[in-house]
Design a protein around this ligand. Structure first.
Ligand SMILES: C[S@@+](CC[C@H](N)C(=O)[O-])C[C@H]1O[C@@H](n2cnc3c(N)ncnc32)[C@H](O)[C@@H]1O
Length: 238
């Protein structure tokens, strides 16, 4: 299935994140894979180790990542942003400075930040180059951009069981380094396998319904819990 067909078929991005419910439903099922490490923990370790003075996050969702960085590194001047006012309100409620803005029109001066974060959001941005150009512009020279995304086979077994196809976006782990390389001189990547555990069929359906209701309806019944592999990557671009 090509991406245009997927976008038509799946719940649109603004609709999907109009409230925080879908994101919370999806987040709760994920745990570490065979290596025993979580990509969120790896991402946070990288951001904190950067010892940045001013950090911008784009597509911050409910703000949990921002909050967790500030808990470890309270002196960081951290600004979380998102397209969705509901996400920005949830982030603000965690005591994190937050602003509603699209990633491709950042209302900040050139070089205003020395660190930037985009966690599981660039695959939602249809035209990536303007957004990446904006991140590059607001980062000072030598600043670091920390990114997390999913691979083509992320949760693909569940999608296939429901009669769907893997979600191949314009920013999978397989192409992310090349895409970032169009705007940044150096990119490093770590691939991490994760696990999604669904206690029952209804919870797997609830997950699918957050972005593909037709697949939720088509998922054949199963008994008991099921675990599926997730494939993610954490990248640093400078
Ligand atoms: C999958 S969620 C990830 C949220 C958070 N980073 C996390 O890891 O939990 C994607 C987020 O990106 C936001 N988003 C999607 N497109 C965006 C855009 N063009 N500009 C800014 N935010 C966007 C959505 O509103 C949503 O909150």
């Amino acid at each position: 299935m090509d991406q245009t067909a997927q976008l038509t078929d799946n719940v649109r991005v603004a609709e999907q994140y109009a409230t925080t419910d879908n994101l919370r439903t999806r987040r709760d099922v994920w745990g570490p894979g065979p290596e025993g490490v979580s990509p969120v923990d790896i991402l946070r370790t990288l951001v904190v180790a950067g010892q940045h003075r001013r950090v911008l996050e784009i597509g911050c969702g409910t703000g949990q990542f921002a909050r967790s960085v500030l808990d470890v590194s309270p002196d960081t001047d951290y600004l979380a942003t998102d397209l969705s006012p509901a996400m920005v309100a949830a982030t603000h409620a965690l005591g994190v400075a937050a602003l509603t803005t699209p990633a491709d029109a950042l209302p900040f001066d050139d070089g205003a930040f020395d660190g930037a974060v985009a966690a599981w959001m660039l695959y939602h941005v249809p035209d990536l180059d303007p957004a990446l150009g904006e991140v590059r512009r607001v980062l000072r020279d030598g600043g670091a951009f920390y990114v997390a995304t999913n691979g083509r086979e992320h949760l693909a077994d569940l999608l296939r069981e429901a009669g769907g196809a893997p979600l191949v976006t314009q920013f999978t782990s397989e192409v992310a380094a090349d895409v970032l390389g169009r705007h940044f001189a150096a990119v490093s990547q770590r691939d991490i396998e994760t696990r999604a555990t669904f206690p029952d069929h209804a919870s797997a359906q609830a997950y699918l319904a957050t972005f593909a209701p037709h697949l939720a309806a088509a998922l054949p019944p199963f008994e008991g819990p099921r675990t599926y592999a997730g494939h993610t990557a954490v990248l640093t671009a400078r």
